[in-house]
Design a protein around this ligand. Structure first.
Ligand SMILES: NC(=O)c1ccc[n+]([C@@H]2O[C@H](COP(=O)([O-])OP(=O)(O)OC[C@H]3O[C@@H](n4cnc5c(N)ncnc54)[C@H](OP(=O)(O)O)[C@@H]3O)[C@@H](O)[C@H]2O)c1
Length: 234
Protein backbone atom coordinates (compact mmCIF):
# COMPACT_ATOMS: atom_id res chain seq x y z
CA UNK A 1 0.00 0.00 0.00
CA UNK A 2 1.65 3.33 -1.03
CA UNK A 3 2.18 5.99 1.63
CA UNK A 4 2.12 9.78 1.21
CA UNK A 5 2.83 12.59 3.63
CA UNK A 6 0.93 15.76 2.79
CA UNK A 7 1.24 19.00 4.71
CA UNK A 8 -1.62 21.48 4.98
CA UNK A 9 -4.37 18.92 4.46
CA UNK A 10 -7.24 20.59 6.34
CA UNK A 11 -8.58 22.59 3.40
CA UNK A 12 -7.87 23.75 -0.12
CA UNK A 13 -5.56 21.78 -2.38
CA UNK A 14 -4.14 19.74 0.50
CA UNK A 15 -7.54 18.45 1.59
CA UNK A 16 -8.64 17.72 -1.99
CA UNK A 17 -5.42 15.80 -2.66
CA UNK A 18 -5.64 13.88 0.61
CA UNK A 19 -9.22 12.83 -0.24
CA UNK A 20 -8.20 11.70 -3.72
CA UNK A 21 -5.21 9.67 -2.52
CA UNK A 22 -7.13 8.08 0.37
CA UNK A 23 -9.89 7.15 -2.08
CA UNK A 24 -7.30 5.37 -4.23
CA UNK A 25 -6.06 3.21 -1.39
CA UNK A 26 -3.11 5.27 -0.20
CA UNK A 27 -2.12 5.51 3.45
CA UNK A 28 -1.57 9.11 4.52
CA UNK A 29 0.18 11.14 7.14
CA UNK A 30 -1.32 14.64 7.12
CA UNK A 31 -1.07 17.83 9.11
CA UNK A 32 -2.31 21.40 9.59
CA UNK A 33 -2.00 23.79 12.52
CA UNK A 34 -5.69 23.87 13.51
CA UNK A 35 -6.32 20.36 14.78
CA UNK A 36 -10.13 20.52 14.86
CA UNK A 37 -10.26 21.65 11.22
CA UNK A 38 -7.88 18.85 10.25
CA UNK A 39 -9.97 16.23 12.05
CA UNK A 40 -13.20 17.55 10.51
CA UNK A 41 -11.70 17.65 7.01
CA UNK A 42 -10.33 14.11 7.05
CA UNK A 43 -13.02 12.42 9.19
CA UNK A 44 -14.13 9.11 7.72
CA UNK A 45 -11.16 8.69 5.40
CA UNK A 46 -9.45 5.32 5.88
CA UNK A 47 -5.75 4.91 6.70
CA UNK A 48 -5.11 8.58 7.56
CA UNK A 49 -2.89 9.64 10.44
CA UNK A 50 -3.72 13.29 11.15
CA UNK A 51 -1.19 15.17 13.26
CA UNK A 52 -1.95 18.77 14.20
CA UNK A 53 1.05 21.07 14.19
CA UNK A 54 3.08 23.73 12.45
CA UNK A 55 5.58 22.65 9.77
CA UNK A 56 8.01 25.27 11.07
CA UNK A 57 8.20 23.45 14.43
CA UNK A 58 11.04 20.87 14.51
CA UNK A 59 9.21 18.84 17.18
CA UNK A 60 6.13 18.58 14.97
CA UNK A 61 8.24 17.56 11.97
CA UNK A 62 9.80 14.83 14.13
CA UNK A 63 6.27 13.58 14.92
CA UNK A 64 5.47 13.41 11.21
CA UNK A 65 8.68 11.46 10.55
CA UNK A 66 7.92 9.11 13.45
CA UNK A 67 4.51 8.32 11.94
CA UNK A 68 6.13 7.58 8.60
CA UNK A 69 8.60 5.30 10.37
CA UNK A 70 5.72 3.41 12.01
CA UNK A 71 4.07 2.92 8.60
CA UNK A 72 7.41 1.56 7.36
CA UNK A 73 7.61 3.37 4.01
CA UNK A 74 7.11 6.68 2.21
CA UNK A 75 6.39 6.94 -1.51
CA UNK A 76 5.42 10.59 -1.88
CA UNK A 77 6.09 13.74 0.15
CA UNK A 78 3.87 16.69 -0.79
CA UNK A 79 5.06 19.99 0.70
CA UNK A 80 1.78 21.87 0.32
CA UNK A 81 1.40 23.94 3.54
CA UNK A 82 2.27 27.53 2.80
CA UNK A 83 2.07 31.06 4.12
CA UNK A 84 0.98 34.00 1.99
CA UNK A 85 2.44 36.50 4.47
CA UNK A 86 0.63 39.70 5.49
CA UNK A 87 -2.74 40.52 3.95
CA UNK A 88 -3.13 42.90 2.21
CA UNK A 89 0.14 42.06 0.47
CA UNK A 90 2.73 44.76 1.24
CA UNK A 91 5.14 46.30 -1.26
CA UNK A 92 8.73 45.19 -0.69
CA UNK A 93 9.78 48.64 0.58
CA UNK A 94 7.27 48.21 3.43
CA UNK A 95 7.73 44.46 4.04
CA UNK A 96 8.29 43.66 7.71
CA UNK A 97 11.40 41.48 7.80
CA UNK A 98 10.14 39.30 10.65
CA UNK A 99 7.03 38.56 8.55
CA UNK A 100 9.28 37.74 5.59
CA UNK A 101 11.33 35.36 7.76
CA UNK A 102 8.11 33.57 8.76
CA UNK A 103 7.09 33.21 5.10
CA UNK A 104 10.50 31.77 4.25
CA UNK A 105 10.44 29.45 7.28
CA UNK A 106 7.09 28.03 6.16
CA UNK A 107 7.49 28.01 2.38
CA UNK A 108 11.17 27.18 1.99
CA UNK A 109 12.96 25.95 5.11
CA UNK A 110 10.21 23.67 6.47
CA UNK A 111 9.86 21.81 3.14
CA UNK A 112 13.64 21.27 3.03
CA UNK A 113 13.67 20.17 6.67
CA UNK A 114 11.02 17.55 5.90
CA UNK A 115 12.93 16.40 2.83
CA UNK A 116 16.06 16.00 4.97
CA UNK A 117 14.18 14.09 7.68
CA UNK A 118 12.48 11.80 5.18
CA UNK A 119 15.29 11.31 2.66
CA UNK A 120 15.91 7.79 3.98
CA UNK A 121 12.44 6.31 3.41
CA UNK A 122 11.99 8.29 0.18
CA UNK A 123 15.24 6.87 -1.20
CA UNK A 124 14.31 3.37 -0.09
CA UNK A 125 11.10 3.54 -2.15
CA UNK A 126 12.63 5.47 -5.08
CA UNK A 127 10.04 8.04 -4.11
CA UNK A 128 8.63 11.37 -5.22
CA UNK A 129 8.86 14.86 -3.73
CA UNK A 130 6.26 17.41 -4.79
CA UNK A 131 6.89 20.97 -3.67
CA UNK A 132 3.80 23.08 -4.35
CA UNK A 133 4.87 26.22 -6.18
CA UNK A 134 3.06 29.20 -7.66
CA UNK A 135 3.11 31.40 -10.73
CA UNK A 136 4.28 34.10 -8.28
CA UNK A 137 7.61 32.23 -8.30
CA UNK A 138 8.20 33.23 -11.90
CA UNK A 139 6.04 36.34 -12.45
CA UNK A 140 6.77 39.72 -10.83
CA UNK A 141 3.39 40.76 -9.41
CA UNK A 142 3.41 43.89 -7.20
CA UNK A 143 2.91 42.85 -3.56
CA UNK A 144 3.98 39.25 -4.13
CA UNK A 145 7.71 39.78 -3.44
CA UNK A 146 7.78 37.95 -0.10
CA UNK A 147 5.69 34.90 -0.99
CA UNK A 148 6.98 34.86 -4.58
CA UNK A 149 10.65 34.98 -3.63
CA UNK A 150 10.17 32.11 -1.18
CA UNK A 151 8.40 30.05 -3.88
CA UNK A 152 11.14 30.97 -6.41
CA UNK A 153 13.74 29.72 -3.95
CA UNK A 154 11.67 26.56 -3.42
CA UNK A 155 11.64 26.02 -7.20
CA UNK A 156 15.40 26.36 -7.37
CA UNK A 157 15.89 24.11 -4.37
CA UNK A 158 13.72 21.53 -6.13
CA UNK A 159 15.82 21.77 -9.30
CA UNK A 160 19.09 21.33 -7.39
CA UNK A 161 17.62 18.47 -5.41
CA UNK A 162 16.67 16.79 -8.69
CA UNK A 163 20.28 17.08 -9.85
CA UNK A 164 21.55 15.63 -6.57
CA UNK A 165 19.01 12.87 -6.02
CA UNK A 166 18.94 10.78 -9.15
CA UNK A 167 16.96 7.97 -7.56
CA UNK A 168 14.07 10.34 -6.68
CA UNK A 169 11.57 12.33 -8.69
CA UNK A 170 11.58 15.97 -7.53
CA UNK A 171 8.82 18.24 -8.78
CA UNK A 172 7.83 21.87 -8.35
CA UNK A 173 4.11 21.87 -9.13
CA UNK A 174 2.28 25.12 -9.93
CA UNK A 175 -1.45 24.53 -9.37
CA UNK A 176 -2.64 27.85 -10.83
CA UNK A 177 -5.28 30.06 -9.22
CA UNK A 178 -7.71 28.25 -6.90
CA UNK A 179 -10.70 29.42 -4.86
CA UNK A 180 -9.21 28.94 -1.38
CA UNK A 181 -8.67 30.75 1.90
CA UNK A 182 -5.14 31.69 0.86
CA UNK A 183 -6.34 33.11 -2.45
CA UNK A 184 -9.02 35.15 -0.66
CA UNK A 185 -6.35 36.55 1.69
CA UNK A 186 -4.39 37.64 -1.38
CA UNK A 187 -7.45 39.47 -2.73
CA UNK A 188 -9.20 40.71 0.43
CA UNK A 189 -12.76 41.87 -0.13
CA UNK A 190 -12.75 40.74 -3.78
CA UNK A 191 -15.10 38.21 -5.31
CA UNK A 192 -12.92 35.22 -6.22
CA UNK A 193 -15.83 32.94 -7.15
CA UNK A 194 -14.59 32.78 -10.76
CA UNK A 195 -11.44 30.90 -9.66
CA UNK A 196 -11.56 27.10 -10.02
CA UNK A 197 -12.07 24.89 -6.98
CA UNK A 198 -8.91 23.13 -5.78
CA UNK A 199 -10.43 19.73 -6.55
CA UNK A 200 -10.14 20.63 -10.26
CA UNK A 201 -6.34 20.63 -9.95
CA UNK A 202 -6.11 17.19 -8.34
CA UNK A 203 -6.19 15.13 -11.58
CA UNK A 204 -3.06 16.95 -12.78
CA UNK A 205 -1.28 16.30 -9.49
CA UNK A 206 -2.33 12.63 -9.55
CA UNK A 207 -1.01 12.36 -13.10
CA UNK A 208 2.35 13.76 -12.01
CA UNK A 209 2.57 11.31 -9.11
CA UNK A 210 1.29 8.38 -11.15
CA UNK A 211 3.24 8.82 -14.41
CA UNK A 212 6.45 10.12 -12.81
CA UNK A 213 7.86 12.14 -15.73
CA UNK A 214 11.41 13.49 -15.41
CA UNK A 215 12.03 15.73 -12.39
CA UNK A 216 11.27 19.39 -13.06
CA UNK A 217 8.72 22.20 -12.80
CA UNK A 218 5.20 21.46 -14.03
CA UNK A 219 2.04 23.56 -14.23
CA UNK A 220 -1.33 21.98 -13.57
CA UNK A 221 -2.67 23.27 -16.88
CA UNK A 222 0.08 21.43 -18.76
CA UNK A 223 -0.85 18.16 -17.05
CA UNK A 224 -4.54 18.20 -17.90
CA UNK A 225 -5.58 14.89 -19.35
CA UNK A 226 -4.97 14.67 -23.07
CA UNK A 227 -2.14 17.22 -22.96
CA UNK A 228 1.37 16.05 -23.62
CA UNK A 229 3.41 16.55 -20.44
CA UNK A 230 5.49 19.70 -20.80
CA UNK A 231 8.16 20.64 -18.32
CA UNK A 232 8.38 24.37 -17.60
CA UNK A 233 11.71 26.11 -17.13
CA UNK A 234 11.72 27.99 -13.82
N1 LIG B 1 -4.90 29.19 -3.95
C1 LIG B 1 -4.18 29.59 -5.00
O1 LIG B 1 -4.66 30.33 -5.88
C2 LIG B 1 -2.76 29.11 -5.15
C3 LIG B 1 -2.08 29.49 -6.32
C4 LIG B 1 -0.77 29.04 -6.50
C5 LIG B 1 -0.18 28.25 -5.54
N2 LIG B 1 -0.87 27.90 -4.41
C6 LIG B 1 -0.20 27.02 -3.44
O2 LIG B 1 -1.02 25.88 -3.25
C7 LIG B 1 -0.80 25.33 -1.94
C8 LIG B 1 -2.12 25.15 -1.24
O3 LIG B 1 -2.72 26.43 -1.09
P1 LIG B 1 -4.28 26.60 -0.79
O4 LIG B 1 -4.70 27.76 -1.60
O5 LIG B 1 -4.94 25.29 -0.91
O6 LIG B 1 -4.21 27.08 0.73
P2 LIG B 1 -5.32 27.04 1.89
O7 LIG B 1 -6.66 26.66 1.37
O8 LIG B 1 -5.17 28.32 2.63
O9 LIG B 1 -4.82 25.79 2.78
C9 LIG B 1 -3.55 25.84 3.39
C10 LIG B 1 -3.39 24.59 4.22
O10 LIG B 1 -2.09 24.60 4.82
C11 LIG B 1 -2.22 24.58 6.26
N3 LIG B 1 -1.09 25.35 6.80
C12 LIG B 1 -0.79 26.64 6.58
N4 LIG B 1 0.32 26.97 7.25
C13 LIG B 1 0.74 25.85 7.88
C14 LIG B 1 1.84 25.55 8.73
N5 LIG B 1 2.73 26.48 9.06
N6 LIG B 1 1.98 24.28 9.20
C15 LIG B 1 1.08 23.31 8.87
N7 LIG B 1 0.02 23.55 8.07
C16 LIG B 1 -0.14 24.80 7.59
C17 LIG B 1 -3.60 25.18 6.52
O11 LIG B 1 -4.17 24.81 7.77
P3 LIG B 1 -3.90 25.71 9.11
O12 LIG B 1 -4.11 27.13 8.72
O13 LIG B 1 -4.86 25.18 10.12
O14 LIG B 1 -2.46 25.41 9.45
C18 LIG B 1 -4.38 24.53 5.38
O15 LIG B 1 -4.64 23.17 5.67
C19 LIG B 1 0.15 26.30 -1.25
O16 LIG B 1 1.48 25.82 -1.33
C20 LIG B 1 0.01 27.58 -2.06
O17 LIG B 1 1.15 28.39 -1.96
C21 LIG B 1 -2.13 28.31 -4.19
Amino acid sequence: MPVALITGASRGLGEATARALAGRGWSLVADARRGADLTDALRGLPRVIAIPGDVTDPGHRAQLAASVARLGRLDVLINNASSLGPSPLPALRDYDLDELRRVQETNLLAPLALIQLLAGPLTASGGTIVNISSDAAVEAYPGWGGYGSAKAALDHLTAVLAAEEESLRCYAFDPGDMRTEMHQLAFPGEDISDRPEPVSVVPALLRLIGERPPSGRYRAGDLSSGNEMVQVAS
